[in-house]
Design a protein around this ligand. Structure first.
Ligand code: MD3
Ligand code: FE
Length: 197
C-alpha cells in the first residue's frame, strides 16, 4: 500500500522463517561489543527504546567516522530486495548502516525527522514481534496531519522521495501480540540506511 508518495507499506513481507532468523541475528548482535543501550540525548533525555548500530555508527545527531560491528552483506542485500519490492527497482540502494531498535511494552518513539543521512536514498524498515502504532506525519510539523498505520511482524516499509524527511514516530506498542513461535517478547525494528558519508 502506498501511504504517501514514496512511502510504501508491504504487510507480511518476511515469511515466518526469515523473521525467526532475523530475530536470532538481532539477539546475537546484542551479545557483541556494542549491546542494546538506551540512547542519552544531548539535552539529557533518555530514549525508552534500546538500540544498536551495525556498520557506520550513529550517535545523536550524527554519524561517526567509525564502524563498530560490520553490516553483514546478506542484510544489505535484503535491503536492496526490499527497495526493489517497494519501488520495482532497487535504485542502486547501498546501505552502510543499520539501526536496530528494541521496544519493550512501555517503549515509545516521539515524532522526529531522520536528517543525519547525506544521501537521497530511501530508508528501509523491517518490523518483528509485537504490533505497534506507527505514526506517519508531514514534513512541516510534528503535529497533524498524520496517518496512523499498524505495523506487524514481518512488515516492510520503505520511505523515500517526498516521504524521506517526514516526521514519524511510534506512539504505542501492543504488548503480548507477537506470535509465541517467534520467540520474541517485545518489538524489534531494523532500519537500513545509506548515510552518504
Ligand atoms: C520515515 N524508527 O529509528 S521505523 C528510527 O519503528 C525510527 O523503530 C521507528 O523512526 C521504529 O529513526 C520507525 C520507520 C521509519 C524509519 C525511518 C524513517 C520511518 C521513516 C525515515 C524517514 C521517514
Ligand atoms: Fe526515525
Amino acid at each position: 500500500a502506498v501511504v504517501a508518495p514514496g512511502a510504501v507499506h508491504v504487510p507480511g513481507w518476511l515469511p515466518p522463517e526469515r523473521q525467526r532468523e532475523l530475530v536470532a541475528a538481532c539477539r546475537e548482535w546484542g551479545r557483541g561489543p556494542f549491546p542494546y543501550r538506551h540512547t542519552v540525548l544531548p539535552g539529557g533525555g533518555v530514549m525508552s527504546v534500546r538500540s544498536l548500530c551495525l556498520g557506520r555508527r550513529w550517535e545523536p545527531y550524527r554519524y561517526l567516522d567509525e564502524v563498530g560491528v560490520e553490516l553483514p552483506e546478506w542484510l544489505a542485500a535484503l535491503g536492496r530486495r526490499a527497495v526493489a519490492e517497494a519501488y520495482g527497482d532497487d535504485g542502486g540502494f547501498a546501505p552502510d548502516t543499520a539501526l536496530v531498535n528494541f521496544y519493550d511494552a512501555d517503549a515509545r518513539m516521539g515524532m522526529h525527522q531522520d536528517k543525519e543521512e547525506r544521501s537521497g536514498a530511501p530508508v528501509v524498515s523491517l518490523s518483528l514481534g509485537d504490533r505497534c502504532v506507527f505514526r506517519f506525519g508531514n514534513t512541516e510539523t510534528r503535529g497533524k496531519p498524520y496517518t496512523d498505520v499498524e505495523l506487524r511482524s514481518g512488515d516492510l516499509f520503505v520511505f523515500g522521495g517526498p516521504s524521506r524527511f517526514a516526521y514519524h514516530g511510534v506512539p504505542k506498542v501492543y504488548p503480548g501480540t507477537a506470535d509465541p513461535a517467534l520467540g520474541l517478547t517485545g518489538r524489534l525494528n531494523l532500519t537500513l540506511r545509506q548515510t552518504g558519508l
